[in-house]
Design a protein around this ligand. Structure first.
Ligand code: SF4
Length: 349
Protein backbone atom coordinates (compact mmCIF):
# COMPACT_ATOMS: atom_id res chain seq x y z
CA UNK A 1 0.00 0.00 0.00
CA UNK A 2 1.30 3.44 -0.90
CA UNK A 3 0.37 6.29 1.42
CA UNK A 4 0.69 9.77 -0.13
CA UNK A 5 0.60 12.79 2.19
CA UNK A 6 1.72 16.44 2.31
CA UNK A 7 5.18 16.84 3.84
CA UNK A 8 3.78 18.45 7.01
CA UNK A 9 1.50 15.47 7.74
CA UNK A 10 3.77 14.10 10.45
CA UNK A 11 3.94 17.46 12.23
CA UNK A 12 0.33 17.19 13.28
CA UNK A 13 -0.70 16.12 16.70
CA UNK A 14 -3.93 17.15 18.37
CA UNK A 15 -3.42 19.94 20.91
CA UNK A 16 -6.55 18.74 22.77
CA UNK A 17 -7.25 20.98 25.80
CA UNK A 18 -5.22 23.83 24.29
CA UNK A 19 -7.48 23.93 21.23
CA UNK A 20 -9.73 26.98 21.35
CA UNK A 21 -12.17 25.45 18.90
CA UNK A 22 -12.26 21.64 19.11
CA UNK A 23 -13.62 19.39 16.41
CA UNK A 24 -16.41 18.31 18.79
CA UNK A 25 -18.02 21.76 18.56
CA UNK A 26 -20.91 22.38 16.21
CA UNK A 27 -20.87 19.08 14.32
CA UNK A 28 -22.85 15.89 14.49
CA UNK A 29 -20.67 13.14 15.95
CA UNK A 30 -21.33 9.93 14.03
CA UNK A 31 -20.74 6.54 15.61
CA UNK A 32 -19.67 3.69 13.36
CA UNK A 33 -21.26 0.24 13.77
CA UNK A 34 -18.31 -1.39 15.60
CA UNK A 35 -18.04 1.49 18.06
CA UNK A 36 -21.79 1.40 18.64
CA UNK A 37 -21.65 -2.26 19.59
CA UNK A 38 -18.68 -1.61 21.86
CA UNK A 39 -20.43 1.34 23.53
CA UNK A 40 -23.52 -0.79 24.15
CA UNK A 41 -21.38 -3.22 26.13
CA UNK A 42 -19.09 -0.70 27.84
CA UNK A 43 -19.39 -1.01 31.62
CA UNK A 44 -19.12 1.60 34.33
CA UNK A 45 -20.28 5.19 34.57
CA UNK A 46 -18.81 6.18 31.17
CA UNK A 47 -20.78 3.36 29.47
CA UNK A 48 -24.00 4.50 31.14
CA UNK A 49 -23.35 8.10 30.13
CA UNK A 50 -22.64 7.10 26.56
CA UNK A 51 -25.83 5.07 26.24
CA UNK A 52 -27.80 7.96 27.68
CA UNK A 53 -26.24 10.38 25.16
CA UNK A 54 -26.41 8.25 22.03
CA UNK A 55 -29.29 8.62 19.57
CA UNK A 56 -30.48 7.03 16.38
CA UNK A 57 -29.92 9.10 13.24
CA UNK A 58 -32.43 9.50 10.42
CA UNK A 59 -30.56 6.99 8.26
CA UNK A 60 -30.66 4.32 10.98
CA UNK A 61 -27.09 4.92 12.21
CA UNK A 62 -26.07 6.39 15.55
CA UNK A 63 -24.54 9.56 16.91
CA UNK A 64 -23.59 11.24 20.18
CA UNK A 65 -25.80 14.10 21.28
CA UNK A 66 -24.50 17.65 21.55
CA UNK A 67 -25.70 20.14 24.17
CA UNK A 68 -27.49 23.41 23.47
CA UNK A 69 -24.11 25.07 22.71
CA UNK A 70 -23.26 22.40 20.13
CA UNK A 71 -20.66 20.70 22.36
CA UNK A 72 -20.33 16.92 22.23
CA UNK A 73 -21.73 15.48 25.49
CA UNK A 74 -18.39 13.72 26.08
CA UNK A 75 -16.43 17.00 25.95
CA UNK A 76 -15.63 18.31 29.44
CA UNK A 77 -15.06 21.89 30.63
CA UNK A 78 -11.33 21.58 29.89
CA UNK A 79 -12.15 20.72 26.25
CA UNK A 80 -11.00 17.15 26.81
CA UNK A 81 -12.91 14.04 25.85
CA UNK A 82 -14.20 12.09 28.90
CA UNK A 83 -14.50 8.92 26.84
CA UNK A 84 -10.83 9.16 25.82
CA UNK A 85 -9.83 9.77 29.45
CA UNK A 86 -11.89 6.86 30.79
CA UNK A 87 -11.39 4.23 28.08
CA UNK A 88 -8.42 5.33 25.96
CA UNK A 89 -7.96 6.36 22.31
CA UNK A 90 -9.00 2.94 21.00
CA UNK A 91 -12.49 3.54 22.43
CA UNK A 92 -13.14 6.51 20.12
CA UNK A 93 -15.40 6.09 17.14
CA UNK A 94 -13.82 6.21 13.67
CA UNK A 95 -14.73 9.81 12.94
CA UNK A 96 -13.06 11.02 16.18
CA UNK A 97 -9.90 8.95 15.61
CA UNK A 98 -9.52 9.94 11.96
CA UNK A 99 -10.21 13.67 12.16
CA UNK A 100 -8.57 15.82 10.81
CA UNK A 101 -7.20 13.19 8.40
CA UNK A 102 -9.23 12.75 5.23
CA UNK A 103 -8.43 10.89 2.11
CA UNK A 104 -9.24 9.06 -1.03
CA UNK A 105 -8.32 5.47 -1.80
CA UNK A 106 -7.86 3.92 -5.22
CA UNK A 107 -6.09 0.77 -6.27
CA UNK A 108 -3.11 0.44 -3.96
CA UNK A 109 -2.96 4.10 -2.92
CA UNK A 110 -4.24 5.89 0.15
CA UNK A 111 -3.92 9.64 -0.39
CA UNK A 112 -4.46 11.55 2.82
CA UNK A 113 -4.69 15.23 3.67
CA UNK A 114 -5.12 17.14 6.90
CA UNK A 115 -8.27 19.23 7.03
CA UNK A 116 -8.18 22.98 7.53
CA UNK A 117 -11.21 22.57 9.78
CA UNK A 118 -8.65 21.85 12.51
CA UNK A 119 -7.05 24.79 14.28
CA UNK A 120 -3.68 23.07 14.59
CA UNK A 121 -3.59 22.11 10.90
CA UNK A 122 -4.23 25.77 9.97
CA UNK A 123 -1.35 26.82 12.20
CA UNK A 124 0.98 24.32 10.54
CA UNK A 125 -0.05 25.07 6.95
CA UNK A 126 0.02 28.86 7.09
CA UNK A 127 3.36 28.83 8.91
CA UNK A 128 4.88 27.26 5.78
CA UNK A 129 6.67 29.71 3.57
CA UNK A 130 8.08 27.12 1.15
CA UNK A 131 5.97 25.24 -1.41
CA UNK A 132 4.47 22.12 0.14
CA UNK A 133 5.84 18.84 -1.16
CA UNK A 134 3.97 15.56 -1.31
CA UNK A 135 5.63 12.40 -0.14
CA UNK A 136 4.91 8.73 -0.60
CA UNK A 137 5.59 5.90 1.73
CA UNK A 138 5.22 2.22 0.96
CA UNK A 139 3.55 0.27 3.74
CA UNK A 140 3.21 -3.46 4.13
CA UNK A 141 -0.01 -5.02 2.99
CA UNK A 142 -1.40 -4.42 -0.48
CA UNK A 143 -5.05 -3.74 -1.11
CA UNK A 144 -6.62 -6.43 -3.30
CA UNK A 145 -9.50 -4.12 -4.26
CA UNK A 146 -8.72 -1.86 -7.26
CA UNK A 147 -12.01 0.04 -6.76
CA UNK A 148 -12.66 -0.26 -10.48
CA UNK A 149 -9.70 1.97 -11.36
CA UNK A 150 -7.19 0.76 -13.95
CA UNK A 151 -3.45 1.35 -13.67
CA UNK A 152 -3.61 3.71 -16.68
CA UNK A 153 -6.43 5.75 -15.14
CA UNK A 154 -4.54 6.07 -11.86
CA UNK A 155 -1.40 7.23 -13.71
CA UNK A 156 -3.43 9.76 -15.75
CA UNK A 157 -4.96 11.45 -12.72
CA UNK A 158 -1.75 11.32 -10.68
CA UNK A 159 0.06 13.10 -13.50
CA UNK A 160 -2.74 15.68 -13.69
CA UNK A 161 -2.59 16.30 -9.96
CA UNK A 162 1.22 16.72 -9.99
CA UNK A 163 1.18 19.08 -12.97
CA UNK A 164 -1.64 21.20 -11.58
CA UNK A 165 0.12 21.55 -8.23
CA UNK A 166 3.42 22.39 -9.98
CA UNK A 167 1.66 25.22 -11.88
CA UNK A 168 0.25 26.60 -8.62
CA UNK A 169 3.68 26.49 -6.99
CA UNK A 170 5.57 28.24 -9.79
CA UNK A 171 6.68 31.29 -7.86
CA UNK A 172 8.26 32.95 -10.88
CA UNK A 173 4.71 34.09 -11.75
CA UNK A 174 1.99 35.96 -9.87
CA UNK A 175 -0.74 33.74 -8.44
CA UNK A 176 -3.36 35.22 -10.79
CA UNK A 177 -1.34 34.02 -13.82
CA UNK A 178 -0.77 30.62 -12.23
CA UNK A 179 -4.53 30.20 -11.75
CA UNK A 180 -5.22 30.99 -15.43
CA UNK A 181 -2.64 28.38 -16.45
CA UNK A 182 -4.08 25.92 -13.92
CA UNK A 183 -7.56 26.19 -15.43
CA UNK A 184 -6.13 25.91 -18.96
CA UNK A 185 -4.22 22.76 -17.98
CA UNK A 186 -7.28 21.23 -16.28
CA UNK A 187 -9.19 21.92 -19.49
CA UNK A 188 -6.51 20.09 -21.50
CA UNK A 189 -6.91 17.05 -19.27
CA UNK A 190 -10.69 17.26 -19.49
CA UNK A 191 -10.57 17.39 -23.30
CA UNK A 192 -8.40 14.29 -23.28
CA UNK A 193 -10.94 12.54 -21.06
CA UNK A 194 -13.91 13.64 -23.15
CA UNK A 195 -12.17 13.04 -26.47
CA UNK A 196 -13.37 16.46 -27.66
CA UNK A 197 -12.05 19.98 -28.18
CA UNK A 198 -14.67 21.65 -26.04
CA UNK A 199 -13.32 23.67 -23.12
CA UNK A 200 -15.38 24.43 -20.05
CA UNK A 201 -15.54 28.06 -18.99
CA UNK A 202 -17.42 29.19 -15.94
CA UNK A 203 -17.93 32.81 -16.89
CA UNK A 204 -18.75 34.08 -13.42
CA UNK A 205 -15.70 32.41 -11.92
CA UNK A 206 -12.45 34.06 -12.87
CA UNK A 207 -9.75 34.59 -10.26
CA UNK A 208 -9.01 38.02 -11.71
CA UNK A 209 -12.60 39.17 -11.88
CA UNK A 210 -13.25 41.73 -9.16
CA UNK A 211 -16.74 42.61 -10.27
CA UNK A 212 -19.52 42.67 -7.70
CA UNK A 213 -21.63 40.42 -9.97
CA UNK A 214 -19.07 37.63 -9.70
CA UNK A 215 -18.89 38.03 -5.90
CA UNK A 216 -22.66 38.09 -5.71
CA UNK A 217 -22.92 34.67 -7.38
CA UNK A 218 -20.30 33.19 -5.03
CA UNK A 219 -22.04 34.73 -2.08
CA UNK A 220 -25.41 33.38 -3.24
CA UNK A 221 -23.94 29.87 -3.32
CA UNK A 222 -22.58 30.00 0.22
CA UNK A 223 -25.66 31.81 1.47
CA UNK A 224 -27.88 28.92 0.34
CA UNK A 225 -25.72 26.27 1.99
CA UNK A 226 -26.74 24.30 5.04
CA UNK A 227 -25.89 26.33 8.16
CA UNK A 228 -23.87 24.35 10.70
CA UNK A 229 -22.74 27.05 13.12
CA UNK A 230 -23.80 30.57 14.09
CA UNK A 231 -20.28 31.90 13.42
CA UNK A 232 -20.89 31.25 9.72
CA UNK A 233 -24.12 33.25 9.74
CA UNK A 234 -22.27 36.11 11.47
CA UNK A 235 -19.54 35.95 8.83
CA UNK A 236 -22.06 36.00 6.00
CA UNK A 237 -23.78 39.04 7.56
CA UNK A 238 -20.40 40.79 7.66
CA UNK A 239 -19.71 39.87 4.03
CA UNK A 240 -23.04 41.33 2.99
CA UNK A 241 -22.46 44.54 4.95
CA UNK A 242 -18.80 45.14 4.09
CA UNK A 243 -18.44 43.94 0.51
CA UNK A 244 -21.14 46.12 -0.99
CA UNK A 245 -21.93 46.73 -4.64
CA UNK A 246 -20.83 50.37 -4.63
CA UNK A 247 -17.18 49.62 -3.87
CA UNK A 248 -16.55 45.86 -3.93
CA UNK A 249 -13.71 46.14 -6.46
CA UNK A 250 -12.13 49.08 -4.65
CA UNK A 251 -12.20 47.24 -1.34
CA UNK A 252 -10.75 44.02 -2.75
CA UNK A 253 -7.93 45.94 -4.37
CA UNK A 254 -7.24 47.86 -1.17
CA UNK A 255 -6.86 44.57 0.71
CA UNK A 256 -4.82 42.91 -2.05
CA UNK A 257 -2.48 45.86 -2.46
CA UNK A 258 -1.86 46.10 1.28
CA UNK A 259 1.25 44.71 2.95
CA UNK A 260 -0.96 42.18 4.76
CA UNK A 261 -2.02 40.41 1.56
CA UNK A 262 0.22 37.34 1.28
CA UNK A 263 0.40 35.39 -1.98
CA UNK A 264 1.91 32.54 0.00
CA UNK A 265 -1.38 32.05 1.89
CA UNK A 266 -3.35 31.99 -1.36
CA UNK A 267 -0.93 29.48 -2.92
CA UNK A 268 -1.16 27.23 0.14
CA UNK A 269 -4.96 27.33 -0.06
CA UNK A 270 -5.05 26.52 -3.77
CA UNK A 271 -2.63 23.63 -3.32
CA UNK A 272 -4.49 22.33 -0.27
CA UNK A 273 -7.84 22.32 -2.11
CA UNK A 274 -6.25 20.75 -5.20
CA UNK A 275 -4.70 17.91 -3.20
CA UNK A 276 -7.99 17.40 -1.41
CA UNK A 277 -10.33 17.38 -4.43
CA UNK A 278 -8.65 16.77 -7.81
CA UNK A 279 -8.16 13.02 -7.36
CA UNK A 280 -11.93 12.68 -6.84
CA UNK A 281 -12.11 13.00 -10.62
CA UNK A 282 -10.79 9.44 -10.78
CA UNK A 283 -14.35 8.36 -9.94
CA UNK A 284 -16.40 10.82 -12.02
CA UNK A 285 -13.97 12.15 -14.68
CA UNK A 286 -14.87 15.77 -13.87
CA UNK A 287 -11.37 17.18 -13.50
CA UNK A 288 -12.25 20.68 -14.72
CA UNK A 289 -15.17 20.90 -12.30
CA UNK A 290 -12.88 20.10 -9.37
CA UNK A 291 -10.32 22.62 -10.64
CA UNK A 292 -12.99 25.35 -10.70
CA UNK A 293 -14.18 24.20 -7.28
CA UNK A 294 -10.66 24.72 -5.86
CA UNK A 295 -10.49 28.19 -7.41
CA UNK A 296 -13.95 29.10 -6.14
CA UNK A 297 -13.22 27.96 -2.59
CA UNK A 298 -10.00 30.00 -2.61
CA UNK A 299 -11.86 33.06 -3.90
CA UNK A 300 -14.45 32.75 -1.14
CA UNK A 301 -11.70 32.59 1.48
CA UNK A 302 -10.09 35.62 -0.21
CA UNK A 303 -13.44 37.48 0.09
CA UNK A 304 -13.60 36.47 3.74
CA UNK A 305 -10.02 37.68 4.25
CA UNK A 306 -10.98 41.10 2.88
CA UNK A 307 -13.92 41.27 5.28
CA UNK A 308 -11.65 40.52 8.24
CA UNK A 309 -9.10 43.07 6.92
CA UNK A 310 -11.69 45.86 7.00
CA UNK A 311 -13.15 44.77 10.32
CA UNK A 312 -9.62 44.94 11.74
CA UNK A 313 -9.22 48.52 10.49
CA UNK A 314 -6.91 47.62 7.59
CA UNK A 315 -4.92 44.75 9.12
CA UNK A 316 -4.82 41.02 8.44
CA UNK A 317 -2.43 38.83 10.40
CA UNK A 318 -1.37 35.26 9.77
CA UNK A 319 -3.54 34.30 12.78
CA UNK A 320 -6.50 35.90 11.00
CA UNK A 321 -5.74 33.75 7.96
CA UNK A 322 -5.66 30.62 10.11
CA UNK A 323 -9.01 31.44 11.67
CA UNK A 324 -10.77 32.48 8.45
CA UNK A 325 -9.67 29.32 6.61
CA UNK A 326 -10.84 27.19 9.54
CA UNK A 327 -14.27 28.84 9.66
CA UNK A 328 -14.68 28.24 5.92
CA UNK A 329 -13.48 24.66 6.01
CA UNK A 330 -15.52 23.70 9.04
CA UNK A 331 -18.69 25.06 7.53
CA UNK A 332 -18.35 24.28 3.83
CA UNK A 333 -15.93 21.40 3.40
CA UNK A 334 -17.38 19.28 6.15
CA UNK A 335 -20.88 19.12 4.80
CA UNK A 336 -21.12 16.81 1.81
CA UNK A 337 -24.28 18.64 0.80
CA UNK A 338 -22.49 22.00 0.78
CA UNK A 339 -19.62 20.74 -1.39
CA UNK A 340 -22.13 19.10 -3.74
CA UNK A 341 -24.12 22.35 -3.99
CA UNK A 342 -20.95 24.22 -5.00
CA UNK A 343 -20.12 21.55 -7.59
CA UNK A 344 -23.63 21.70 -9.04
CA UNK A 345 -23.31 25.46 -9.58
CA UNK A 346 -20.05 24.91 -11.46
CA UNK A 347 -21.51 22.13 -13.59
CA UNK A 348 -24.74 23.94 -14.48
CA UNK A 349 -23.94 27.60 -13.81
S1 SF4 B 1 -9.68 20.75 16.08
FE1 SF4 B 1 -7.68 19.72 15.78
S2 SF4 B 1 -6.39 20.39 17.49
FE2 SF4 B 1 -8.54 20.91 18.00
S3 SF4 B 1 -9.29 19.16 19.22
FE3 SF4 B 1 -9.84 18.75 17.08
S4 SF4 B 1 -8.10 17.56 16.21
FE4 SF4 B 1 -7.41 18.49 18.14
Amino acid sequence: MIVRVPDYFGEFSCIAGKCTDSCCLGWEIDIDEDSYEYYMSLSGEIGERLRRDMYETEDGGHGIRTNECGRCMMLNDDNLCDLYIAAGEESLSEVCTDFPRFGIEYRNVDQKCLSLACEEVCRILFSKTEPVKFVEQELFGDSDDDQGVTEEEAAFFEKAQSELIAILQDRTKPVSQRVDEYIAKANEYQKELNGSDVEKHVDWLSFNDFSFDSFDIRFGIVNDMELLRQVWQDYKDDMRNILIEADYEKRMKEYMESADYRENDIEQLLVYFTFRYIMNAIYDSNIIVYAYLCVMFTMIVRDMNAVRFFKNGGKFSIEDQMEVARIFSKEVEHSEGNVEAAKEEIIWG
